[in-house]
Design a binder for this molecule. Structure first.
Ligand code: FRU
Length: 484
């Protein structure tokens, strides 16, 4: 009884804050129609993605009480079509000694009509610690649920004594799956390492195995041969069209002119041929806003990826204009994955075709709060441009040969306010760009080049009167808006 009252209290507190700010958020011009957002406050990683008893479930790192993050909860929303989301009560909070500083990211496993959620309990001890080797405790926990909403008591599965000795205390983000009667859990980790006298930690992943979901032992480590980032977050290991794919977020890769342009990276490696991960690494998304994706297999066997359309620690470089309206960040549109030509292609799930679309005439139009899609084909050797916004304040997408560039600069070469402080991102396709598909949902644009070979995601903060689309130089161009 005592426990239930406690639960109701924190759920009520979150719900009260969501209700208190509801009108303010609803009137914000940057709210989206078909993307997962925090009902109030801050959101980061997608967690526990699954389809359970026919319904899609998305949980997310949620800070309803602070627009600048800090965590505290797993938020929850459900959907029948991956586009219309209903927001439910949050399902987890920091109420155990092992998770008192954070209910960090994790995943779902569905088995015999029960959902199991695995996540990291984070503890930061007060004091003067480095929080790498000392002052941090990372535990892996599990809860189960019959309805995706009400959770069992928490069980602690792994603690600091269970990790290899050469690991730092940064071990988190369990992704769990079942294979041939065994359960596997992959964890992101930071191995203590030195380059001579200088500290140079190595990002890696740990794979644990279990026969009952409760007792886990280390099966193997996934280590790069060469140092490849100092920490790997949010790992995910799955089969796709017969290939073995490792998805992960290696933090600390050096920026290059056309690669790793964001502060933290997120990508995948194809491990099928036994290569170490760094050999085949590719970024998932070359836009400004993408990190910490998670995949799941739905009841139709589709492998679907949802990412966080944000990057951690960008408070200095990204003025997210929705903050003044009490919220920030969103997740990407769910994307179906396939391998093609040795790469993973991402396309928006086919459910977007079930929305009611109306085609605009010509290659120029304005829009308000509808979702918009732009579908273009290119002519050999002729540059093409798609502008979202006005000449004074907009995003320019320039495509030429194998190069695509997104620029938040206006015609005078000054930064466009709608970029929130960002300027240029560049992507390359393996051969010529033939096709580009752009999806715009109020304050997010997602660009899929050559049917998902290269994807670029960015937030864009246009006021409603500035919402214009202009396409030039394409062979064909169709612009559609949702009617709902
Ligand atoms: C990635 C991440 C995860 C962690 C979570 C905490 O963005 O740092 O590694 O579990 O966010 O919110």
């Amino acid at each position: 009884m005592g426990k239930e009252i406690e639960n109701e209290n924190w759920v009520n507190k979150v719900r009260a804050e969501e209700n208190r700010q509801k009108d303010r958020l609803n009137s914000c011009p940057f709210r989206m129609k078909y993307h997962i957002m925090p009902p109030v406050g801050w959101l980061n990683d997608p967690n526990g993605l699954c389809q359970f008893q026919g319904t899609y479930q998305a949980y997310f790192q949620y800070s309803p009480l602070s627009v600048n993050g800090g965590g505290g909860f797993w938020g929850h929303c459900t959907s029948q079509d991956l586009l219309h989301w209903q927001y439910q009560d949050p399902v987890l909070t920091t109420d155990r000694p092992e998770d008192r500083s954070g209910v960090y990211s994790g995943s779902a496993l569905i088995e015999d009509g029960t959902m199991y959620l695995f996540y990291t309990g984070n503890v930061k001890l007060p004091g003067d610690y480095d929080y790498i080797d000392e002052g941090r405790i990372s535990s892996q926990l599990m809860v189960s649920s019959k309805d995706g909403q009400h959770m069992s008591e928490k069980t602690v599965l792994l603690g600091m004594k269970d990790y290899p000795e050469d690991m730092t205390a940064h071990i988190r983000d369990p992704k769990v799956w079942k294979d041939q009667g065994h359960y596997y859990m992959i964890l992101g980790a930071r191995k203590r390492d030195f380059d001579g006298d200088r500290r140079r930690d190595t990002g890696c992943a740990l794979v644990y195995v279990s026969d009952d979901k409760k007792q886990w032992k280390l099966d193997h480590e996934i280590l790069p041969k060469e140092n490849f980032g100092y920490m790997w977050e949010c790992p995910d290991l799955f089969e796709l069209d017969g290939e073995k794919i490792l998805s992960y977020c290696p933090q600390g890769l050096p920026a290059e002119p056309e690669r790793c342009q964001n502060l933290y990276q997120s990508g995948y490696s194809i491990l099928t041929n036994g290569e170490t991960p760094e050999k085949t690494f590719r970024e998932w998304d070359l836009g400004f806003d993408f990190y910490a994706p998670q995949t799941f297999e739905d009841e139709n066997g589709r492998r679907i990826l949802i990412g966080w359309a944000g990057v951690p620690d960008t408070i200095e470089t990204h003025r997210n204009l929705s903050v003044q309206n009490g919220w920030q960040h969103c997740l990407t549109i769910p994307r179906e994955l396939h391998t093609e030509n040795g790469a993973v292609y991402q396309r928006p799930v086919c459910e977007i075709d079930t929305l009611s679309w109306k085609q605009e005439e010509g290659t120029h139009c304005s829009f308000e709060r509808e979702m918009v899609k732009i579908e273009t084909t290119l002519q050999d050797g002729i540059p093409a441009e798609i502008r979202i916004g006005t000449e004074e304040n907009g995003l320019m997408i320039h495509m030429e040969a194998d190069r695509i560039q997104m620029t938040f600069l206006n015609k005078k070469g000054e930064p466009s306010a709608c970029g929130g402080g960002r300027a240029i991102r560049i992507g390359r396709t393996a051969s010529e760009i033939r096709h580009a598909f752009v999806l715009i949902d109020n304050s997010i644009a997602e660009i899929f080049v050559n049917d998902g070979e290269v994807v670029m995601t960015t937030r864009i903060y246009l006021e409603e009167p500035e919402r214009m689309i202009t396409v030039n130089g394409c062979r064909t161009c169709e612009i559609w808006k949702t009617e709902e």
